[in-house]
Design a binder for this molecule. Sequence first.
Ligand SMILES: CSCCC(=O)C(=O)COP(=O)(O)O
Ligand SMILES: [Zn+2]
Length: 214
Amino acid sequence: MNDPIYTLEQRQQAFAELREVKTELAARGWFPATSGNLSVRVGDFSPERFAFAITSSGKDKSKHTPDDYLIVDRAGKALETTKLKPSAETLIHCEIYRLTGCGAVFHVHTVYNNIISELYAEQGSVPFQGVELIKAFNIWEEDAKIEVPILPNYADIPRIAELVEGRIDLKVPGIVLRNHGIYAWGANVFEAKRHLEAFEFLFEYAYRWKALRS
Ligand SMILES: CSCCC(=O)C(=O)COP(=O)(O)O
Ligand SMILES: [Zn+2]
């Protein structure tokens, strides 16, 4: 008989990690109106046995219930018998895992990430240069410049997912959907949270800087 893809302990640990980060981000108001979704890999990292824990769709992410998470495979299909539906945006998580080999993906809707995505929509990316927090992405060069890609926010999630490969910059662990929110990722939940916080700092900084100068 084949080994299970993940053990009960690994499942519990993944759910506990998501619960902890969900609590922190909810306290900042980063999941308004049930928006946002979080995921973390479980089990070993071989592609055939790939699986991740993800938030269930449509839940109030500021509350804790027994129905908050489930495990899906690399195609985003539930790996357990459950009435729960994975996040409506699971396919975007699948694509980010496939392309980056990361260990956790976090998605939040904030006023700053929405406004910034609209301000820079025509350019197709949000530029940042010489801001200290760029180092949070492990980019240490003097006066470093990054561009955070902005993708269109189609109602059809597979249409968005298929654009990710063409736009992702593997040095920049985030993409923004226009007037929707950000996806940030990292090797694990610690790193994904650090990246998410850095992006949100940069978006607020860019918004306030623009507002001050106009
Ligand atoms: C009211 S939020 C609209 C859907 C969305 O953008 C989101 O992030 C939450 O979707 P989920 O299915 O993950 O709850
Ligand atoms: Zn969303």
